[in-house]
Design a protein around this ligand. Structure first.
Ligand code: ADP
Length: 149
């Protein structure tokens, strides 16, 4: 059983709509361990974070949307956490995302889709290092671990 860490960003659409609690509650109830959490105002870091979208016509719009208010960045840990969190996230377009997923329940948009979540082990490592300093991540034991796995 190997534990993985993944990055979650609660986007301005989550912060402004008062969904921070709703969403973090889902990850807590699922059994993921919160390794780090902070509020940030995003800026040029987005050029790196969304480099794979730089040729898209909506690149600037997405960056503006991500800078519209502070965001909450979280690092969660669990067995297969990257895939678990991606499944809970749902499809990019909230109108297509399956009900029960975060985007399926809270979004009707491709852009204002509430959360960013890492999509592979490689990007998870890059993204965690991009948004967290090592001392901002905490290693502690979940006392209920024997009842999770
Ligand atoms: P995901 O967030 O599901 O991993 P991508 O990495 O493809 O999706 O896109 C990153 C973000 O860019 C999306 O979460 C969304 O905010 C925005 N985005 C993607 N596609 C579109 C689109 N067609 N129109 C507007 N914004 C988009």
């Amino acid at each position: 059983m190997s534990l993985e860490k993944t990055l979650v960003i609660l986007k301005p659409s989550a912060v402004q709509r008062g969904l921070i609690g709703e969403i973090t509650t889902r990850f807590e109830r699922k059994g993921l361990r919160l390794a780090g959490m902070k509020m940030m105002q995003l800026d040029e870091l987005l050029n790196e974070h969304y480099a794979h979208l730089s040729e898209k016509p909506f690149f600037q719009r997405v960056k503006n949307s991500m800078m519209a208010s502070p965001v909450i960045v979280c690092c969660y840990e669990g067995v297969d956490a990257i895939q678990v969190v991606r499944s809970m996230t749902g499809a990019t377009n909230g109108r297509v995302a399956i009900p029960g997923t975060i985007r399926g329940d809270f979004s009707v948009s491709s852009q204002e889709n509430i959360v960013h979540t890492s999509d592979s082990p490689k990007t998870a490592i890059e993204e965690i290092n991009r948004f967290f300093k090592p001392e901002e991540l905490f290693e502690y034991k979940q006392v209920h671990m024997p009842y999770l796995y």
